[in-house]
Design a protein around this ligand. Structure first.
Ligand code: SD4
Length: 330
């Protein structure tokens, strides 16, 4: 049997993989399958962290980071911190198809998406996201993503440490300032955050896409790795593709998916390429939490992770349905 079409996705996002599979198996392009697959996750609100109604920021608002990349043309479209529009992957594709830009951000991304016909403006909050945010507020807003600041009054505003009027002992007994360990509490198997998907279509063309609300209780305006090509995902039809999930604030410093694809270009097997990319991050940030899948143009796939157990999903012509692979950290 042929090696493709093939769909690979972070986490057991079964319905998303099935939607992408149906699309690509019917003969449509990898790009179409990425949009169908990631849209399915947005509609289903996968893990409560993709699409509307997920992970609130410090202000209680849910926003969207998404990206799509065509591994044949190397075109990329992305939206970051997009407000009031829930169709992340479709918005990213509109940026790719109808602009000469690569990324639009914030409310201006929303205005563009709506002007191009996507539904909105809509409220992206849900009862769950508001509930989560209220509990966080009640719990003195911790943990969050700030460092070297002091909350002036309970939940902020914040003041940089060592500025005038600083009350040195505010919150001395709490872990307000301990931002280093945040991700272990934010990112858990029940809080996966990102769909990152790769598809090889019947022509052997490869595309990738991602969609996420980003990090829970992020500082408004924060952009994660999700919309960054080379970080959350990367594709080159001549080589293969990669998808990532985890602590985007750290991972985006390494462009781990670009690294994986380039390592495979130089002849590394997907497994080694994925492990090498993860270990480059772990050497500098031993406490980071993250994972990667790699797939080469022949459909050989592998995963690697650090700080948590990772699962990725695959659908190929050899399978009756989606298969979930579990990778345990070294
Ligand atoms: C981010 N990478 O915004 C995303 C979050 C994630 O599993 O993937 N968590 O940092």
């Amino acid at each position: 049997p042929g090696k493709y079409p093939l769909v690979v996705s972070t986490w057991p996002f079964l319905e998303a993989v099935r939607a992408a599979w149906r699309t690509v198996d019917s003969g449509l392009s990898a790009m179409d399958a990425i949009v169908e697959g990631c849209s399915a996750c947005e509609e289903l609100r996968c893990d409560g962290t993709v699409g509307p109604g997920g992970s609130p920021d410090e202000n209680g608002e849910t926003t969207i980071d998404a990206m799509i990349m065509n591994g044949v043309t190397m075109e990329v479209g992305a939206v970051a911190a997009m407000r009031y529009v829930s169709d992340g992957i479709k918005a990213a594709r509109l940026v790719m198809l109808h602009t000469k830009h690569t990324m639009l951000v914030g409310e201006q991304a929303s205005v563009f998406a709506i002007s191009m016909g996507l539904p909105g403006p809509t409220n992206l909050s849900s009862e769950e996201s508001i509930d989560k945010w209220i509990k966080w507020k009640e719990n003195k807003c911790q943990p969050n993503f700030r460092k070297n600041v002091l909350p002036v009054d309970g939940c902020g505003p914040y003041r940089a440490k060592n500025t005038v009027n600083l009350v040195e002992n505010i919150c001395t007994n709490s872990n307000w300032l301990d931002c280093g360990k945040l991700w272990s509490s934010h990112v858990s198997p029940h809080n996966h955050d990102t769909i990152s998907m790769a598809v090889i279509d019947k022509l052997g063309h490869i595309s990738v896409g991602t969609s996420t609300n980003g990090a829970t209780f992020k500082i408004p305006g924060r952009v994660g790795d999700g919309p960054i090509a080379g970080s959350s995902a990367y594709a080159d039809t001549e080589v293969g593709a990669c998808g990532a999930t985890g602590d985007g604030d750290i991972m985006m410093r390494f462009l781990p998916c670009y690294q994986v694809v380039e390592s495979m270009r130089l002849g590394m097997e997907p497994k080694r390429a994925a492990e090498d990319s993860i270990s480059r991050i772990a050497r500098k940030y031993p406490d980071f939490v993250g994972a990667i899948f790699a797939v080469n143009k022949n459909g050989v796939h592998a995963g690697a992770c650090h700080g948590w157990t990772f699962q990725y999903s695959v659908r190929s012509p050899h399978m009756e349905d989606v298969t979930v692979y579990t990778i345990v950290p070294e």
